[in-house]
Design a protein. Structure first.
Length: 287
């Protein structure tokens, strides 16, 4: 038996190829590669005609995905997530440590979203999708798109650097109070500004610092690489830390603390913060 998912295309300012529009509008088709495979198998129709990657989407087209029923009976990930904010377009969750945002494993944030986030009532509602990433050990705020249009719009905001992200980290060693780090990451330009909020002495590490970080670029492991490059690695960083000064069992002390951006549909200012885990307050009680 075949089940059918239906999607009504959002009106476009300019026509867009289906291979660029269709990613993420149906459950299980989260990449261009998966979309192309579904099209090749003849599973997707646009206005009752078989879709092709070059079909142009103008808006209001009826797009259907014919999906084997067994895909609907797949195991659901039972993982409780804290939803910090949500509306009909997007959501913001508090990512726990020790879990991938997405990937080829069962236990990911991506696989837990449908069980935690209210489905949008808009015509282009789709499976909730993360629109950026946090590292496996990093905690904190993660933005989720709930409609096809919002996923595209949020990606555009990130591309144009219109979303301001602030992190909190605990770093090791004596540290200059503020500055900018511009060490290349993966041979690409990368910029991070930092401000030391508080420093305490430590028998094991000499000094521990509570640091506010604002990445101006979004390279993989950027904050961890940058702080390591100035000999102030993040506490608990097994990959970029100093040998002999890596604690075990406490995780990485890096937290995505705040997000500030203009909502792409309501034009309201979104400013969300999430306090870090109480392991931070054991070092810095003022938190």
């Amino acid at each position: 038996m075949i089940t059918i998912e239906t999607h009504i295309a959002v009106t476009q300012k300019e026509p867009i190829r289906f291979q660029d529009y269709g990613t993420g509008i149906f459950t299980g088709i989260s990449t261009k590669s998966a979309l192309k495979k579904a099209i090749k198998k003849g599973l997707i129709y646009i206005d009752e005609k078989k879709a092709s990657t070059g079909t142009f989407i103008y808006g209001s087209e009826k797009i259907t995905f014919n999906k084997p029923e067994e895909n609907n009976t797949k195991k659901r990930l039972n993982l409780k997530l804290e939803v910090v904010f949500q509306d009909n377009y997007l959501a913001i969750i508090n990512k726990p440590p020790g879990i991938l945002v997405s990937g080829n494993t069962f236990k990911t944030i991506d696989n837990a979203l449908e069980q935690n986030i209210t489905k949008s009532s808009l015509p282009d509602a789709t499976k909730p999708r993360p629109v950026h990433r946090l590292d496996f050990p990093t905690t904190g705020l993660l933005i989720i798109g709930k409609t096809s249009a919002s996923i595209l719009a949020l990606n555009k905001l990130f591309e144009n650097k219109k979303i301001q992200k602030t992190y909190l980290a605990v770093t090791i060693g004596e540290m200059i109070k503020k500055g900018t780090i511009n060490t290349n990451v993966d041979n690409k330009e990368a910029f991070t500004t930092y401000n030391v909020l508080k420093t305490v002495t430590s028998n094991k590490f000499n000094y521990l610092n509570l640091v506010k970080l604002e990445p101006k670029t979004g390279r993989k492991h950027q904050l961890r690489v940058h702080l390591s490059s100035i000999n102030n690695p993040i506490l608990g960083d097994a990959k970029y830390g100093i040998p002999g000064k890596i604690i075990k069992g406490k995780g990485l002390y890096l937290h995505a603390y705040s997000l500030d951006f203009t909502h792409p549909f309501t034009n309201k200012k979104i400013s969300v913060t999430k306090e870090p885990h109480n392991k931070y307050t054991k070092i810095f009680p003022m938190l």
